[in-house]
Design a protein around this ligand. Sequence first.
Ligand code: ADP
Length: 426
Amino acid sequence: MLVIVLGPLIAFLIRFVSARFRRYSRRIQDSMGDVTRLTEEVITGQRVVKIFGGHEYENQRFETVNERNRYLNVKLAATNAGSSPVVQLIAGIGIAAIIYLATSGAVLHTITVGSFVSFLSAMLLLMAPLKHLTQVTAPLQKGIAAGHSIFELLDSDSEDAGGPFAIERARGDIEYRGVRFAYDPAKGDVLAGVSCRAEAGQTLALVGHSGSGKTTLANLLPRFYDPREGAVLLDGRDLREYRLSDLRRQIALVSQDVTLFDDTLASNIAYGVMGDVDRAQIEAAAEAAHAMEFIRALPDGLDTLVGDRGLLLSGGQRQRVAIARALLKNAPILILDEATSALDTASERHIQQALEELMRGRTTLVIAHRLSTVEKADSIVVLDRGRVIETGTHHSLLEANGVYAGLYRMQFREPEAVGAYVPPAP
Ligand code: ADP
């Protein structure tokens, strides 16, 4: 009876320990994530940390997350170390009680030495499995906690494959029809009913203050997001009807922060089409993008490794590699996010020439920061807080003397007209 009474007590204890294990394992996973995230942030942002003297601040931030991680690990280790002795103590108390009862007068007469010893050794043999039972809970609960976060990721919806409509090469007519979109519905629409269009081969320049929704509008085209209302059409057909892989094959992208992979220049230029193009085509694209000029000067030419995140190359050179990549893809549609920062005049001229080469014969959606781009655009859309407030060409908009004319004076022509920032007194 004593043994039976002790059973539930031990079961309760193991249950309690298990719950604790799982709780701490989950928290340790989160805190370990914080530690690695912070470390990566500081290492990649080390130049900012050094120049702005952020050592102390970063040290403190690291200390906080690291201390929490240490504290949780100690808690887990303490639970682990404590559980097995406690179970053994309970079992030990049981055995002691049995020995005490068995040797007391009343029981002594009814039990033989043989049955007493066999009962006792059976109980002692139970101790080892009991100890093991508490030891399996630790890895088991850790595994359950880890499995939880893995399955959360695996169970999230993957990007759908798009509609059934296959397409080899689109003509390139783009139309936004009453597009509404919000990242977070609670925060209101980022795009509030945008309509505009660009016919095949035309250039549509998006202009507006920062935060007006230009990037968001461009991101709808490769279906990084879908509009909440309205539709985006390619060649008169809703984007959602196209197969996603086919749709994205129609689009090339040149953005201001060029992503280069730690690989050779040739592989970076032929990214995504490496098997389908030969060396001569890669070279021709690099030539047309005015990139061959600097690539030739490198010791290994096109086989030069660009290093982690392309750090070997200057900003202007990276842009030209990105243009070569887009040229090689030869897609009918181009999304161009112009660099805001001015480059030196030589690079600037090269890039401008390379871009003109790239834009020829393609429908181009350009987030424009340069005067030369907006002047040449077939149509300009002026966005303000997610609405189209003006549409037209450079000249018609200047004549109308509205928002664009103001932006033009402020943003594109007279930088000194922008109010100068006065730093706070030290
Ligand atoms: P622009 O390119 O004209 O500077 P954006 O399209 O980048 O403007 O941003 C428009 C608005 O959407 C801004 O208010 C911005 O804060 C918000 N926004 C942009 N990207 C995201 C995102 N990934 N998640 C939530 N809000 C975003």
